[in-house]
Ligand binder design. Sequence first.
Ligand code: PGA
Length: 255
Amino acid sequence: MRKKIVAGNWKMNLDLDEGAELVNEIFKGLPVLSENCQVVIAPPFIHLKETGEQLTGMIDVHLGAQNCHHESSGAYTGEVSAGMLKSAGVEYVIIGHSERREYMKEDDAMLAKKVNQALTNGLKVIFCCGEPLEIRDNNTQNTYVESEIKAGLFHLSEKQLNNIVLAYEPIWAIGTGRTATSEQAQDMHAHIRSVIANQYGEDAAYAISILYGGSCKPSNADELFACPDVDGGLIGGAALKAKDFLGIIEAMANS
Ligand code: PGA
């Protein structure tokens, strides 16, 4: 059975005290999860050590980072390598988030290198894809998302794919309060699974977890997670409030 995952992406929010408090609250409210359910918390880099310590003993909650560099080391002021993340106890890294594609000009070639760095250093990757509004309006979202997946991941072996989680995040739904309908999410997730099946076979496609991201909250998580190809969520804004994040975790546990 493939994994269900709810991952919280804090983005550039919360200072150290606020982050520690949030993790504490999540710890207190965390429901008992079945073996195929996982929670990931991806705070900013400076939190990783402390958040990791707080997570010790919480077997269902895993530490994630929001980015890694595409080279292993060197003169890259301000950057953090995948190996450094691994040494800080990180298990997952988010790669290809639309905010980094747009604001940091991360292109397909760079993202493929980042994926390699992450896997070489023993990290699992949450690889994001998703179309902007004009592509959705043209109804060309399927080919757009397919090309992001091909460029970022198709150089990998089937074995390497075991360490990849996909996150479909329509850009028009991120932080906008406008969520994809469960039908739009299901259609795209099924398409993504067929793209994986064509390249890696049905078994690999069946096994890979595909998360939905974009204004996911407790009030819509039940419906989204009920879709057969939606295996959880990548959560931004609602991951910053324990009550909301726990509500989404509950929705995963009940799905
Ligand atoms: P949002 O962000 O939940 O605030 O829309 C999702 C994301 O960017 O991962």
